[in-house]
Design a protein around this ligand. Structure first.
Ligand code: MN
Length: 454
C-alpha cells in the first residue's frame, strides 16, 4: 500500500470544513464511521466517512444510486453490505473505496447537477449524528505493549524488580469484553465492585461499593480485517495486511477493584464495565505517510524470537501519532473553562509493534475475525509528562521506609484536585499525525464523562 495520488496534500474538497488546516478529517483521511438512522419509527445503521465536521452517509449515496459509473460498480456492490468489517476484508477494497469516495468529495471532480444534489443530501453534520462503533466488534483483546507503562506500574508493586522476566520476550495481553465497548460521547457509569480489606486493619473484610479509584487508559485500538483461519497463524510479515485501521481507545479501569481481583488470572470486572472508542477508524491507507520505525531495543534487550521478528516491521511497523489527554471537571464545564491537558505523548514509544501483537495473538492458531479490536495497552513514554493514566501520573514513587509515597494530586484551574476521577469529570483523548509535505490528519476525539453509581 504505497503512498499514492490520494495522499496528495494539494487535493481540496467541496466540503468547506474539510479544507480547514486544523481539521482532523481532510479529504486525505476519510476515516470510517457508523451511525444510527431512523426511518418511520425503526432504526438501523449506516456506514459513512468523516469529512471536516460532516459525515458522508454512504447509505444515502447508495439509495440515491450515486455509484452509477461503471468503475464504481464493484465498490458499490461491497458497500451495499453496509459493514466496514466486510468491506475491509476484501483484499485491496479499502484502497478502491478511498479512491471512489475521494472522487465524490474532491472539489475538482466534474459531475452533473443530479450528482451534485445527491452529494449535498448525503452530507450530515457530525453534531446531529448518533454514532456507534465503526465496526461490529466481535472480540476485544487488550495488550500491555508500552515498556514505560509496564515499568512504572511494576515499580508500584515491585520497586526492586519492576519488569517481570517475561516482558521483553512475550507480548502480554488478556481477553477483554466487546459488549461494553461504546462510541465516544457515551456516558460512563462509575462501576461498583469488591475492594480489598484495608491493609492497616488486620482481620477486616473486603467491601462492595462504588469504585474509589476510577482511571482512564490512553490506548490505540487496531481493528482487524481480514481475519485468519483457526490453526493458521498470521506471519509477522503479513500482519499489517490484517489491520483495517486505527482508533483512539480508552480502557476505563477501576484500580481498587483491579488490585484485589487481578491475581492470579488477570483483569476482570475492573476493566469490562466500559471501553470507549473514537468515532472514526483511520485507515492504514490514510496512515501510510506516517509509518515510523518501531521501538529500538537497547543493548541489554533480548532479540525477539523468530516469529516476532521482521525487518520491514522493525523499519516501518510503528506509527508517528501524537496523543493528548485532557480533563474537564463538571465545575470547569459550568464555569466555561477549557479542558486541562494531563499528558502529551506519542505512539512511537511502544515496545511491541502492532504487527508483533497480531503475530503473537495468532501464533497458537487463534483465529482473529473481521471487526476484532486489539488494544495496544496504556501508552506511556519515557517522560513523566507522557504518562497515559492517572495511576502513573499521580505516582510519586516509594519512600525511604519502602512504603509508597502519598499520591500527588493534579491541580485543576478551579482549585479542585484529582488523584483519580470524580463524578462529572470528562476525559478527552486527541490524536493526530503530521509530516512535512503531507496533509495533517487526526483521529478526532475519544470522550467520556463519568456519572455517579446509582
Ligand atoms: Mn488497558
Amino acid at each position: 500500500m504505497p503512498i499514492n495520488a490520494t495522499h496528495d496534500a494539494s487535493i481540496k474538497s467541496w466540503v468547506e470544513s474539510a479544507n480547514d488546516p486544523a481539521t482532523d478529517f481532510p479529504i486525505q483521511n476519510l476515516a470510517m464511521c457508523a451511525f444510527e438512522v431512523s426511518h418511520g419509527g425503526h432504526s438501523h445503521e449506516h456506514i459513512g466517512v468523516l469529512i471536516g465536521d460532516q459525515v458522508l452517509d454512504i447509505g444515502a449515496l447508495l439509495e440515491a444510486n450515486a455509484f452509477n459509473r461503471q468503475e464504481h460498480e464493484e465498490v458499490a456492490y461491497v458497500l451495499e453490505m453496509m459493514r466496514w468489517d466486510i468491506v475491509a476484508s476484501v483484499p485491496g477494497m479499502m484502497t478502491k473505496v478511498r479512491e471512489v469516495l475521494q472522487w465524490f468529495l474532491r472539489s475538482d471532480t466534474q459531475m452533473g447537477q443530479q450528482l451534485k444534489r445527491i452529494r449535498q443530501k448525503a452530507l450530515i453534520p457530525q453534531s446531529e449524528v448518533k454514532f456507534v462503533p465503526a465496526m461490529a466488534i466481535g472480540n476485544y483483546t487488550d495488550f500491555y505493549a508500552s515498556v514505560h507503562h509496564a515499568t512504572n506500574v511494576g515499580s508500584m508493586f515491585r520497586p526492586d524488580n519492576p519488569l517481570l522476566p517475561n516482558y521483553k520476550h512475550v507480548p502480554i495481553g488478556y481477553h477483554g469484553r466487546s459488549s461494553s465497548i461504546v462510541a465516544s460521547g457515551t456516558e460512563i457509569k462509575r462501576p461498583r465492585g469488591q475492594q480489598s480489606p484495608p491493609e492497616d486493619q488486620p482481620g477486616a473484610l473486603p467491601s462492595f461499593g462504588p469504585c474509589k479509584m476510577l482511571d482512564y487508559e490512553l490506548e490505540i485500538g487496531a481493528f482487524i480485517a481480514p481475519g485468519n483461519r483457526m490453526g493458521e497463524p498470521i506471519a509477522i510479515k503479513d500482519a499489517r495486511a490484517h489491520i483495517a485501521g486505527l482508533c483512539l481507545l480508552n480502557d476505563w479501569s477501576a484500580r481498587d477493584i483491579q488490585k484485589w481481583e487481578y491475581q492470579p488470572l488477570g483483569p476482570f470486572l475492573a476493566k469490562n464495565f466500559a471501553t470507549t472508542v473514537s468515532l472514526g477508524i483511520v485507515t492504514l491507507d490514510a496512515l501510510e505517510p506516517f509509518r515510523a520505525r518501531g521501538y529500538e531495543r537497547g543493548e541489554g534487550d533480548p532479540t525477539p524470537l523468530e516469529y516476532l521478528r521482521d525487518e520491514d516491521d522493525a523499519k516501518s511497523g510503528g506509527f508517528d501519532i501524537k496523543l493528548e489527554v485532557l480533563l474537564r471537571s463538571r465545575e470547569m464545564a459550568t464555569r466555561g473553562l477549557p479542558p486541562l491537558r494531563l499528558s502529551l505523548g506519542d505512539f512511537g514509544s511502544m515496545f511491541w509493534s502492532l504487527g508483533q501483537l497480531i503475530a503473537h495473538h495468532t501464533s497458537n492458531g487463534c483465529p482473529l475475525q473481521p471487526g476484532d479490536l486489539i488494544g495496544s495497552g496504556t501508552i506511556s513514554g519515557r517522560e513523566a509528562s507522557s504518562r497515559g493514566c492517572l495511576l502513573e501520573l499521580t505516582w510519586q514513587g516509594i519512600g525511604p521506609d519502602k512504603k509508597p509515597l502519598p499520591r500527588k494530586p493534579i491541580q485543576l484551574p478551579t482549585g479542585e484536585t484529582r488523584t483519580f476521577l470524580s463524578d462529572g469529570d470528562e476525559i478527552i483523548f486527541r490524536g493526530w499525525c503530521e509530516r512535512e509535505g503531507f496533509r495533517r490528519i487526526g483521529f478526532g476525539e475519544c470522550r467520556g464523562t463519568i456519572v455517579a453509581a446509582e
